[in-house]
Design a protein around this ligand. Sequence first.
Ligand code: ZN
Length: 373
Amino acid sequence: MPADIQADVQQTVEARPDIVRTISLPHKSVLGRDVPALEISHHVRDNDGRPVFLLMGGIHANEWPGVEVATEFAMDLAEQDGRDPRITALLDRVRVIILPVVNPDGYEVSRGGRIPDKRKNCDPTCGTAVDPDTGSDSAGVDLNRNFGVNWGGVGSGGDKADGDYRGPKPFSEPETQNIRDLVTGRQVTVLVGLHTYGDMNLRPPGQNASPLTPDEAVYAELGDQMAQANGYPSKLSRDLYETSGTAEEWSYHTTGGLGFETELAGETNHGPFTTSVLDQYHGEREALLRDAEAAGNPRYHSRITGTAHGTLELSKPGLHSTMTADGPFTWDVNPSIRPGTDGRNIQESWTLTCSGRTVPVTVGRGETTTVSC
Ligand SMILES: [Zn+2]
């Protein structure tokens, strides 16, 4: 992992090993680097059914402020736990998982100065030249066009040299496979990807032809709360420009967890540290705290309660997560009813396995259902 991020991650873990742990993501980057991930929570090693807030930076290599803000937020939570009552309460309710730099190969190339505006990953090479017309890097896949919902649609390039090249197939890249495996194996109720630049809080859909999501009211409410905090307008993603195959849209339509993309403020992808990170950290910190609190607010997801002992499993095709119960339990989960890309909800059920029994569980956003195991 990049040395500067490595140092900050290590310092955060060493300072608070009781509430911070590193997570090993299953796939190394194309060039064989570990992709760093931190989990921050009280009882961090338990598997106790609390919901997850996932924050990602550096999916685009040259967007350094997102990497800095994600790293700073991790250090901030670890430092303020036990001091700031709001953060202490948050870490009781929510597991915060932070991937400061999803694309470490590209980040090294960009931050190291070889290709400062390198955006994509290093598959099959990191590239050597920059397109003088578009400023985009010649090689690699745009990881935020490589996800498996609406993959190949408008706003994603089919040519390898395109700055937004989507890759040969959905999830062709180890860096996006990491996100897929993480999100399909946990109950990530809110996800935020940090980008530069554009000063916007963006929610799906990313295409002009797509209908509004079935959760537009909830999405707009949370987006507006972020806007009040960081000062960037709350918008549909397509209002910036059209995109397809993004992390946010994939996670939303696959799991029902609410995915956002925040474009931090600035004049370039990585401006001076003072203006592009320090000056906006205060407002963005508040926005991220609101996002993390929303991840823990059962109004925005679903709950399964009951009494059981041992491991519980919850699955749907492509999704599988577990928790360990010892008596009465509450499992904060995404709704079983899944938002379709056609603007309608799909009436699906979870399959819950508890105490050797398998029961279907149908639950909508904001609802709690009690099962007998
Ligand atoms: Zn970006």
